[in-house]
Write a protein that binds this ligand. Structure first.
Ligand code: CTP
Ligand code: C5P
Length: 424
């Protein structure tokens, strides 16, 4: 130990200096490290802001638009910043696949209402030729063309995206399994209820035909029934709901909450136009979706064609919708109005009369909001209904059966040859 004459221990001083120097060095190092890190983050953010937005293009027929289509659009949007959708005309679809069920005006309304879609180009070719790709790049500044991981062939058997792949502009997203127009047409024609969700009390017996089978729709012919029969393999997950709800917002206390309810089966342009008008009545649109048991009790037969989970996803994909009640009550109650802070309850003027006039369906479901003076009717833009969609399919029976068989063979091939594609 070193001591001065007066007994002061100098090694303690050295120790203090050492500690001070060490602290200063550590401080310097930490400061440099964090300064570098913050600078990198600042530059990354600056680059992100300066980066040219990535424009992606997805095309298709989007016939009987379902949540599989919506999920494809959601994933396409996730591949870039701006999503342009190319929609084929009826004429083009007839040339390549046969007649669509929904006409071009209805298909346009359905695609344009999806919350991930920024722009729609109507009348695009079914096949993205080198010339059309050139136009997409020059006129629409498209960076990538996106399609599901299922093969897509034009009428002449050519890969519809050959030119895109050759140009290195093709990107794939995971096709949503468990839903397809083939499956939906099958449900409509075969009148099965296998897709229904049993209600919590187990009252609803499923896995049975309703008695009104395809024979009614097929003019007593049973020929192609088996080729149409396929039950849903859709697996509803909370992740899917979260993706479709996309954060969802909570209404502010001063927000005017508008409530509209119904089956929203085979979600179509009639629903979309009414939801758009309903949203314009306030600040927050809350949509009540009746459960399968309730819909089946008032609509009968094998309705709804799409189950509660599927209908929920379709409604959630609509840009005008802020929130949904999954399994809303048939009658709007005062308690519900208070709990949800509802200012307006509305309904379209198009109304499918309940086929069942017994057990409670005779009562006006809107008696309470009418008494409170908050009920409003919205003029419906069309009389489109699920029955109308079924009638269209039945009228074109021969063409649809051929198309269904072809499509089902393609789907089978997809299932047999598919490889893992990460869903976005
Ligand atoms: N798509 C998807 N998942 C589905 C259905 C379609 O990802 N279940 C994608 C297709 O891969 C395509 C886009 O949606 O990229 C548009 O599809 P469309 O042209 O309507 O083709 P189809 O495959 O015929 O759709 P459908 O199942 O209705 O027959
Ligand atoms: O028939 P559904 O219960 O699915 O209807 C849900 C809502 O959509 C109702 O308010 C109904 O009036 C409206 N609708 C409409 N036009 C249609 C079909 C439904 O306004 N063609």
């Amino acid at each position: 130990m070193e001591s001065t004459k007066d007994g002061f221990d100098s090694s303690f001083l050295y120790y203090i200096f050492d500690v001070l120097f060490a602290s200063r060095a550590i401080y310097g190092l930490l400061k440099a490290y964090f300064a570098g890190k913050f600078e990198r983050l600042r530059l990354q953010e600056q680059q992100r802001l300066q980066r040219k937005p990535v424009r992606v293009y997805m095309d298709g027929c989007f016939d009987m638009m379902h949540f599989g289509h919506a999920n494809a659009l959601r994933q396409a949007k996730a591949l870039g910043d701006y999503l342009v959708v190319g929609l084929c005309s009826d004429e083009e679809i007839i040339r390549h696949k046969g007649p669509p069920v929904m006409n071009e005006k209805e298909r346009y309304a359905a695609v344009a209402s999806v919350k991930w879609v920024d722009e729609v180009i109507f009348g695009v070719p079914y096949e993205v030729t080198a010339e059309f790709l050139d136009r997409l790049i020059r006129e629409y500044h498209i960076d990538y063309i996106v399609h599901g991981d299922d093969a897509c062939y034009s009428a002449n058997g050519q890969d519809a995206y050959y030119a895109v792949k050759k140009a290195g502009r093709f990107k794939t997203i995971k096709r949503t399994e468990g839903v397809s127009s083939t499956d939906l047409v099958g449900r409509m024609l075969l009148c099965t209820r296998d897709h229904h969700i049993d209600n919590i009390h187990g009252e609803h017996k499923v896995s049975e035909r309703t008695g009104r089978s395809s024979r009614v729709f097929f003019n007593e012919q049973t020929d192609d029934e088996t080729s149409l029969s396929k039950s849903s393999t859709f697996l509803p997950t909370t992740r899917r709901l979260i993706q479709f709800a996309q954060g969802g917002r909570t209404p502010k206390p001063e927000d005017k909450v508008v409530y509209i309810d119904g089956a929203f089966d085979m979600f179509h342009s009639g629903h979309i136009e009414t939801l758009k008008a309903a949203k314009q009545l306030g600040d927050f649109l809350l949509v009540g979706i009746h459960d399968d048991h309730t819909v089946n009790r008032y609509k009968g037969r094998n309705f709804p064609i799409m189950n509660l989970h599927e209908r929920t996803l379709s409604v959630l994909s609509c840009r005008y919708v802020d929130e949904v009640i999954i399994g809303a009550p048939w009658a709007v109650t005062e308690d519900m109005i208070k709990t949800m802070n509802i200012s307006i309850v509305c309904h379209g003027t198009h109304w499918d009369e309940p086929h069942n006039n017994s057990d409670g369906f005779k009562l006006d479901p809107y008696a309470v909001p009418k008494r409170m003076g908050i009920y409003k009717e919205i003029p419906s833009s069309s009389n489109l209904s699920v029955m109308e969609i079924i009638d269209r399919i039945v009228k074109n029976r021969a063409q649809f059966v051929t198309r269904q068989q072809k499509k089902q063979a393609q789907e089978q091939q997809y299932l047999e040859t598919k490889h893992f594609v990460q869903e976005l």
